[in-house]
Every structure is written in C-alpha cells, then in structure tokens.
Design a protein around this ligand. Structure first.
Ligand code: HEM
Length: 474
C-alpha cells in the first residue's frame, strides 16, 4: 500500500497559502481543517507544508518523536535572534548537555523558596490595591508575574539588582518577535531589540560577576547556573547563563500572566464554581500565614480550575516540529522537511474525551469523572521530554494568586466580552476589568490575631489595618 500525505484544508492563497490566516486566526483555521478532514490535515505557510494533528494518540507521537524523527529547534528559530540559542532554540546536543542545569533550577527543594516568593509578591500586589477600585487583571498579571520571577530567580533585592529599565528592555525584545520577517531587517523594532539586548547583557553580566566574586552571598538562579556541572562536566559560560535567564523569562512570563488572567476571568464568569473555590480557600488558607506546599496540596478545586483554564484558554495553543525522518501519522506519511503542529483548538474539545467540551466544568477532572487523564489529551504545557519544566511553578503561582485574591477581596467582573489575543510569545485575554472591594479584616480573622499581627510588625496586616482606618475616617 502506498502512503499519502494528509489532505489540504480549504482556503489559502497562491504563494502565501494559509500564512495570513494562521497569523490572524489560527483557531478557526484549525477547526475548519478538523471539520473537513478529521485528526490530520495539511496547511501551507508560504512554501512550507505543515501537518496539523489532533488527539492524544497523534499528539503523543509528536512529543515522543521529538529529538528523534522530529526536530524542535527549527520551528523556534525566529526566537534565536531575541533570546539566543538555549533550551528550545538550542541544538539537540547543546540542549541535552545543558539539561542538568535546567533540572537543578526546578528541583523540588527550590520550589519551597519559589512559593515563598510568590506569597510575598502576590501580597504586595494586593496591599497596593487599596480599599476598593477597578483593575485590569490582564495588565496586573503581567506586572505581578514579573515581580514573582524577579524575586524567585534573583532574590529579595531583585528590584535594585535588575533596575527599573529591565522589564522595559525585555518588553522591547518581546515586542520584536516575528515569525515571518527576517530578524535582521533594518526595522525600528529590530533596532530597539538590539539596543535592549545590549543593555540586558550588560546588566546580567554584572550580576553574574557579583555572584562569581561572592558566591557565598547568593542562592539564586544565576548562582545555580554558575555552579551546576553540565552533562559533559563543564560549567555554563557567562553568555549562555544570560541566554538561559532570558529563555526562562520568555518561556514563563507572558504564558503565566495570560493564563492567570484567564483563570480569574473564568472563575468570575462562573460564580457557582467560584463558590467551591472560596469554600476551599476558607477551609485551608489562613489569613496572615503564608501558603506553603502543604496548603497548596489541599486546594483541589483551584487546581481543577487551572487545568480547565489550560484546556479552554491555553497561553501556548500550538507547538511546532520539523520532520527529519519520515513519520507515519495514522494512514499518512509526513515527509522530511515538512512541519508538524499540535492543535489545542481541536484536541482540547474532542467530544469523545471531554463531555460538553465548550462548557467550563473543572469538576470533569475529579476522580469520579476522570476526564483528561491521558497526559497527551491536553497540550497546553506540551508533552514528553520537553514538557514545560516550569509547569508546577506556573500552576503554583496561579494557585497562590487566586487564593489570596479571593481570600481578601470581593470582586465583580465588568468586562463582558473577553477575547483571546494571540501573541508570538503567548496568548492572553483582552482587558479583564474587575471591580473589587477589600473584605474587612474582621471577616478574615479574629481580633486577637489582628492585634498580634499589627503589633508584631506583620507588614501587610499593618497595611490592611491602616487602609481600613483611613477609609473609616473619610
Ligand atoms: C501557564 C504558564 C506556562 C505555559 C502555558 C507554558 C507552556 C509551555 C509549553 C507548551 C512548552 C513546550 C514547548 C514545546 O514542546 O514546543 C513549554 C516548555 C518550557 N517551559 Fe513552559 N509554560 C508556562 C510556564 C513556564 C514557566 C513559569 C517557566 C519557567 C520559569 C517555563 C519554562 C519552560 C521551559 C524551560 C521549557 C522548555 C522545556 C524543554 O525544552 O525541556 N514555563 N512551556
């Protein structure tokens, strides 16, 4: 039997094929291809043929063939100019050599410190909100996730160490990402990217030098990267530490911000489920005490909601590979030189896997219902060897944000038509405008604890009490 390539999705134009539709609205493109041809179809991005696949079995094939018949790096080559050659943009050899350093950054014991950093920064954000007001959660999450990354990866002095311009420079790099244009065209956005990279390199190199001179004073990401032997026994050179840092920020910042904003929006849109979450918070999260790994372990409804957000509104809605050896997907053979993409727009809504897939229904992940158990059914964090190394970091961060926000505030969603905004780094929601009101301290804890907290110097309880007193006086 001779095998054939998958059938072509309708639409597309001469020369460019489906490129512009892919950039503008890939969700509709993927859904159309699925409706026309089922789990495997072809689209054309300019001259490039791409096989788009759906469903756990084919997704698994793509993830497990990565670094064998499939190459991960080529698809992300548009990132190289911005973040350098590291992680998913590095060669296979370099990636496996650097992997011990990556594993060290996310080892279990480190998570304890990361969760502490999350508590501090989320509480600082909440303290800054005042007694009542309105906030765009989409924007707020971008800032909050920066602060969490700064404290978790650089330490308590991150603001001073990174300086106020760091995130501006990072923004210029992120805004320059372009999967279509050659990265060295003389365009203003590429010039701004190159200036920003220079500044960030200078800054991070100075932080590396400080840690190299006084390693005993630091216990942070840079020190971990400076001291962890790679597979070949060598240590990461300084310029790779800079790119690793930037790669991790790129992988984790906008992705987490977008998904955290969707999580809050979806919870506010589904008050019945939010009530379950609030009950769980009331039972397990003690006001004034940090949320630790033990508390997080008890928050099942929040984690179901996080999984449901990943399914319905993934920040990373597709991933791409290049075919290096012919690979069979069902009855089709995908030839060398083609690309392959997973599609959350279709995989996450398969009716034979998810009951009423277009409904927000986090309880589908409860043990009684057990939906989405197959690790390849939901691809929002990827799969296989390259599955998101920061997944637990991101999920814990979202859990801490949700717990402390709904513990301390009443919130009402004002935006009524929230749309997915596609980005090159990650998708995020359009504005999520929320009106909030701080809950009175007396509703959060008893009078003794408030007095002890305020007298004992607990900064956020002092802040909370002061804000309340000021409001009463007004
Ligand atoms: C909601 C937030 C996040 C989402 C949706 C997300 C999504 C993903 C996805 C889909 C991949 C696989 C890419 C592929 O197979 O082509 C990935 C890989 C990766 N992510 Fe995340 N990510 C998130 C947060 C984070 C965070 C917070 C970090 C670190 C601080 C991080 C670090 C990484 C790294 C290092 C990889 C590459 C793993 C490897 O190649 O072995 N991610 N992420």
């Amino acid at each position: 039997m001779t095998s054939t390539v998958p059938p072509m999705v309708s639409g597309g134009y001469p020369v460019v094929g489906h490129l512009f539709e892919m950039l503008r609205d890939r969700e509709s493109l993927f859904k159309r291809g699925y409706a026309e041809h089922g789990d495997v179809f072809t689209m054309k991005l300019g001259p490039q043929q791409v096989a788009v696949i759906t469903g756990a079995d084919y997704n698994q094939e793509m993830y497990t063939q990565t670094d064998k018949a499939l190459n991960m790096q080529d698809g992300y080559s548009f990132l190289k100019e911005s973040i350098g050659e590291v992680l998913f943009t590095a060669s296979k050899e370099a990636y496996y050599n650097q992997r011990p350093a990556l594993m060290q950054v996310f080892r279990r014991e480190r998570m304890v410190d990361y969760i502490q950093a999350m508590n501090i920064e989320v509480q600082r954000w909440l303290d800054s909100l005042g007694q009542m007001g309105e906030v765009d959660i989409t924007q707020a999450m971008l800032h909050l996730t920066q602060a969490v990354a700064g404290r978790a990866f650089i330490g308590p002095d991150y603001e001073e160490e990174l300086g106020p311009e760091f995130w501006e420079h990072y923004g210029a790099i992120s805004a320059s990402l372009d999967p279509v244009l050659p990265p060295n065209l003389p365009l203003p956005k590429f010039r701004r990217r190159d200036q920003a990279k220079k500044k960030i390199n200078e800054k991070l190199n100075s932080l590396i030098q400080k840690r190299r001179e006084h390693p005993e004073q630091y216990d942070d990401l840079i020190t971990t990267l400076l001291t962890t032997p790679l597979k070949d026994g060598s240590i990461l050179p300084d310029d790779t530490i800079v790119t690793m840092f930037m790669g991790l920020i790129f992988a984790g910042h906008e992705t987490t911000a977008g998904q955290a904003a969707w999580l809050i929006a979806l919870l506010l849109q589904h008050p019945d489920y939010l009530d379950l979450v609030k009950t769980e918070i009331h039972e397990h999260v003690t006001y004034g005490q940090p949320i630790d790994a033990g508390v997080l372990h008890d928050l099942t409804h929040i984690y179901y909601a996080i999984d449901e957000t990943t399914r319905m509104r993934p920040s990373a809605d597709t991933q791409i590979r290049t075919v290096e050896a012919p690979i069979m997907i069902g009855e089709y053979e995908i030839p060398v030189g083609w690309r392959m993409m997973v599609s959350s727009a279709t995989s996450h809504f398969k009716t034979d896997v998810f009951e009423n897939p277009y409904e927000f229904d986090p309880l589908r992940y409860s043990p009684e219902r057990g939906e989405g158990k197959n690790p390849f059914a939901i691809v929002g964090f990827g799969g296989g060897i390259h599955k998101c190394t920061g997944m637990n970091f991101a999920k814990n961060e979202m859990a801490v944000i949700t717990s402390l926000f709904f513990q301390q505030f009443q919130a009402e969603l004002l935006s009524d038509d929230i749309q997915v905004v596609s980005g090159n780094g990650a998708n995020h929601p359009s504005e999520v405008r929320v009106r909030y009101q701080r809950k009175p301290l007396s509703k959060l804890t008893d009078a003794n604890t408030i007095r002890e907290g305020v007298e004992g110097g607990c900064p956020h309880m002092q802040q909370h009490a002061a804000t309340e007193a000021a409001t009463e006086q007004e």
